[in-house]
Design a binder for this molecule. Sequence first.
Ligand SMILES: [Zn+2]
Length: 107
Amino acid sequence: MEKQPNQPSMHDELDEETLFIVSQTFKALSEPTRIRILHLLSEQECSVNQIAEKLSLLQSTVSHQLRFLKNLRLVKYRREGTTFYYSHDDEHVMNVLEQTIDHARHT
Ligand SMILES: [Zn+2]
């Protein structure tokens, strides 16, 4: 089959920025607390309090991890009065997470 021009080859080199973002993304998914928070947010929007309560974590731990995830744009928030409600912000990464959870469970 002839290769189409303008279509990226499967063997394109990854540029530095892409490599950096991919490795940061796996870093985000490499920590059990962050995995638990992201998995919870894949199912429902939650305030910091709700996350802390549902996962039995300190609020300071939750805030710290949410900041990390927000910087990578994996979560977003909306403000209602003085409460911040968090939800996931990237379908790709949530798919990777859910696929990996399925992988862990099928063995
Ligand atoms: Zn598998």
